[in-house]
Design a protein around this ligand. Sequence first.
Ligand code: ATP
Ligand code: MG
Length: 312
Amino acid sequence: MANEVMIETKGLTKKFGKLLAVDSLDVKVQKGVIHGFVGPNGAGKSTTIKLLVGALRRTSGNGFIKGYPIGSVDARRAIGYSPERPSFYKDWTAFDYLVHMAALSGIKTDEAERRSQDLLDWLELSDFAKAKVGGFSAGMKQRLSIAQAMSHKPELLVLDEPTANLDPEGRMSLLQKLKSLPQEQGVTIFISSHILSELEFLIDSVTLINKGRTVAEDSVKVMKEEIALNRYVLNTSNNKAVMKALQGHAAIQRMELDNDGSIHISSPDMGQLQSAVMEAVTKTGSLLKYFGEEQVKLEDIYRSTMDQGKDK
Ligand SMILES: Nc1ncnc2c1ncn2[C@@H]1O[C@H](COP(=O)(O)OP(=O)(O)OP(=O)(O)O)[C@@H](O)[C@H]1O
Ligand SMILES: [Mg+2]
């Protein structure tokens, strides 16, 4: 099923002098998904992305886009890339710039014009179509860069922190738009960010990277299930008393009271834990408000995996 894979890297490595910016990275992204590429500042996200789009040469290892070697004409043609810090000719208008870029990738002028106008509308830039890009705010430039990345109808959109310069409303609005692309246009999206919570609703799978190395990679669903395993949330009318009653019980590995006022419990035995909780609630005369499996957020996965990368 090799043709179902959009991006694959094997031991992809980039050194800047002695610095290992990308260290034997193995990434696999299926076609038609939105894949998050998440890590802290300096993790190697932009360097990896530049390797993928052919803007930087790798030190060792391999990478493929649709099976084509990264940097090859076929691989590049499949990609629309919006860099971390887009730069433009400042005297051009947004519309002329988009038409020019689309024409460069071989699209006929009338189609390039139509497509540019559609993209400006879609990214809420149509009021500024005839304005010079030099006067654009950072957020507007970022959206224009995404329009440019999409101008030749690429199969793969590679977006390096596309929301970095947008206000909270602009971020949500852009991410909502991106979310519909795989279904509506069959596009695959590779999107980097260091803000996990905002990507959570958007991505199907994720690679967590730290210090140039993958610290976790899987579908978001599987990751959440793995972490949620054996973790429960309990809330009662008298949490402190219930915790005291549960203290030292064989069914409890770990127990802590969260800032939001609920008890988080790790337990290897759901059945035993359930009996213990019921007993503690009855004994303390408390009211049971909630007892169930922990709903894990991407943020929790991030925190629990980033430490692995730290000692590297
Ligand atoms: N051209 C370069 N020359 C030397 N070192 C570089 C170069 N580009 C990046 N680096 C270094 O490589 C490491 C990874 O940088 P990179 O820009 O890929 O991180 P990032 O995950 O994109 O970070 P951020 O979230 O800040 O954008 C950093 O230590 C950075 O200083
Ligand atoms: Mg970066």
